[in-house]
Design a protein around this ligand. Sequence first.
Ligand SMILES: *[C@@H]1O[C@H](CO)[C@@H](O)[C@H](O)[C@H]1NC(C)=O
Ligand SMILES: *[C@@H]1O[C@H](CO)[C@@H](O)[C@H](O)[C@H]1NC(C)=O
Ligand SMILES: *[C@@H]1O[C@H](CO)[C@@H](O)[C@H](O)[C@H]1NC(C)=O
Ligand SMILES: [Zn+2]
Length: 345
Amino acid sequence: MISTKCISIQLSLLFVLVNSLSIPNHIVSNSPIQNNNETHLKENQFQLEIENIIRPAFEVPKASLPVGWDPNILSQEPFPDWLRSFTGLTEWPGLDPPYIPLDFIDFNSIPNFEPYNQGICPGTRDSCSFDCYKCVEPDDILSCDKLSQTFDDGPSPATPKLLDHLTHKTTFFTLGVNVVRYPEIYRRARDSGHLMGSHTYSHKFLPSLTNEEIIAQIEWSIWAQNATGNHIPKWWRPPYGGIDNRIRSISRQFGLQAVLWDYDSFDWQLLSNQRTEQQVLDDARRWKSQSNNPRGLILEHDGALQTVNVGIGVNEILGSDQKKVSECVGGVDYGRVFNLSIKSI
Ligand SMILES: *[C@@H]1O[C@H](CO)[C@@H](O)[C@H](O)[C@H]1NC(C)=O
Ligand SMILES: *[C@@H]1O[C@H](CO)[C@@H](O)[C@H](O)[C@H]1NC(C)=O
Ligand SMILES: *[C@@H]1O[C@H](CO)[C@@H](O)[C@H](O)[C@H]1NC(C)=O
Ligand SMILES: [Zn+2]
């Protein structure tokens, strides 16, 4: 019999695995915008389209249909009364959270860019897609003035080991579906002073979703964090870096700011033996040695033991002189923090 814990780990692994498609580097380096030669531009545009079509984007299972997902694993965090009365539901949703309309969302202000599937990029840069073109908007956080680690896809059964070893305050971008399954681990990370951001509710590729589905991914992740940690997130990271101006327009309406990354550890490749721990650590040493005061945000994961182990190694290399994302930009940790010991009248 497979234990509940085992299945949960499998799910976490999956979330890490599907992160493999984060940044199509070849597209970035073929950037037509930096080429003034018209012929070149057309050729590159053509090549870009070809590569988008043949890019093996679906070699790994998609997050929307994770293999090994067992709907019988119950969330541990009780479904709060305020959420029951607001949504009419009685339990936390699974991987397809329902859209619950919210008064403050202005649909008219959401730009009408076409949804696109993972790996099938829009032909133009108009929508400022990060996953396709590494395009960022002024309010996106791409880097940090101190080279700092960040951890996505948790909390997971592997997270406590990371918490035991980290020598600095770091940033976790958590999945709502995992927050309510591992609430004690979530609260332990929060109580240790780490910054808890959102990584959506169930790790879908947002550019492929309707506006309502994107709202559902964001609202339920906020509710999971609020129910579990009594705070509303301020910082979020789109799964696979999947963000464009349609998605930004929605996340801004929740008061969320997008955090991307400029260094990818590719730590998830440890799970399929495409990469060794040594290679990840060598990269970290190289990034650190680039200057006397190295800067950057490193993408890592706390969804699996392998990525946690290498995360501890990276921490040993970089040391404790790191920042939380909020500190990188001189911002607040949360959109709002509720103090439950103050009784409301
Ligand atoms: C533009 O690029 C094409 C294709 O590489 C090349 O044949 C042509 O000489 C270039 N023209 C200029 C003005 O650089
Ligand atoms: C957050 O939780 C508090 C209860 O602790 C609740 O009153 C409030 O409505 C919630 N807000 C959101 C946006 O989830
Ligand atoms: C919460 O409120 C109580 C009562 O006013 C206060 O003593 C406590 O310091 C507050 N805690 C935080 C974290 O602000
Ligand atoms: Zn992720």
